[in-house]
Design a protein around this ligand. Structure first.
Ligand code: BDR
Ligand code: CA
Length: 316
């Protein structure tokens, strides 16, 4: 089978790095480009980390710099999760490869409007770049056949009780993308990870045993997360990098148990700004105000097959 063309938007971040390595090593994907947005850390660090990841992947893929802040307000970063450098304060050599001079928004518009073959969009970050691209070229949304997003929470958020980081950091951008005419939208929320989707210490040991640069980088980040969880919870736990979960599902959608639902983004709210408001009302069809389902929401994933996909892809 011919690899599928994809473009990935990210805010690299520990779990973005893991997801990018998975995508770049996957035989299923032809990664056309990676666009960067501020998020887990400020934009300069995101771009630098993304270049580090691409270099470790052994692949040659262009990296584009996008928005340095959210559409409204100053946005948020998450060094408390990702360390001050965004990669758990682990030290990786400065990348030799350079970013592409084209702006991420222009790259997105050009790629989708000039495409002669389908390109899938995968987002692991606040949706600022995608919203800006749609605002600059409103015909773009109809040219994007599908987007898989690590975005939102069904039960709860993580940045706040209500809001997951990628939505919380730019709710206005999320509102534009969720209500856009992109043909097929999938929301990989925090919930599949909370329902047990993760990788285990024994998986990481197998990746650690490979001397390949991408395995060494991926294993270092996974081991960092496992140790962090262990110290926090006081016992051994699997690790649940949500961006890598979303990437696994983008690679093989049959891993996901998903349902078409209506989701709105809360852009106001005293306690709920950035919430993904998921309409799960029983018999919602009898309520006149119930809007049509607009997005495929992932509830759980087949974790045994996901772990195998991660190992097979890293160890290739
Ligand atoms: C999401 O926010 C970031 O911290 C992670 O990189 C992931 O994309 C999880 O809420
Ligand atoms: Ca991310």
């Amino acid at each position: 089978m011919k690899p599928r063309n994809v473009i990935i938007d990210c805010d690299t971040g520990i779990d973005d790095a893991l997801a990018l390595l998975l995508a770049l090593r996957s035989p299923e994907f032809n990664v056309l480009g990676i666009t960067c947005v501020c998020g887990n850390v400020p934009l300069d660090k995101v771009v630098r980390n993304t270049l580090v990841v691409v270099e470790h992947s052994g692949k040659s893929v262009p990296v584009y710099r996008g928005a340095y802040r959210a559409l409204v307000g100053a946005g948020h970063t998450a060094e408390y999760v990702h360390g001050s450098n965004g990669l758990g304060d682990l030290v990786f050599p400065e990348p030799k490869i350079k970013e592409n001079p084209e702006h991420a928004v222009d790259f997105l518009i050009r790629s989708f409007t000039e495409a002669t073959e389908p390109i899938e969009l995968i987002t692991l970050a606040p949706l600022t770049n995608i919203a800006l691209a749609i605002q600059k070229e409103p015909r773009l949304a109809a040219k994007i056949p599908s987007v898989v997003m690590m975005a939102g929470g069904i039960e709860n958020g993580n940045s706040t009780v209500a809001a997951e980081f990628n939505i919380y950091a730019d709710p206005e951008a999320a509102e534009i993308v969720f209500s856009s005419g992109i043909q097929r939208k999938m929301m990989v929320a925090l919930d599949p990870n909370r329902q047990g989707g993760g990788v285990y210490s024994e998986d990481v040991s197998q990746i650690e045993a490979s001397s390949a640069a991408w395995c060494q980088m991926g294993a270092a980040l996974l081991r960092y997360q496992l140790e962090r969880w262990k110290n926090f919870v006081g016992k051994e736990m699997p690790t649940f990098p949500p961006d890598m979960t979303a990437m696994g599902i983008a690679i093989d959608p049959s891993l996901a148990n998903a349902e078409m639902l209506h989701v709105d983004i809360e852009t106001g709210g005293v306690h709920t700004r950035g919430m993904t408001v998921v309409d799960r009302r029983a018999m919602r069809g009898i309520f006149r105000a119930a809007p049509e389902p607009n997005i495929n929401v992932v509830w759980t994933l087949d974790n045994a097959r996901y772990r195998k996909l991660v190992l097979d892809t890293y160890l290739g």
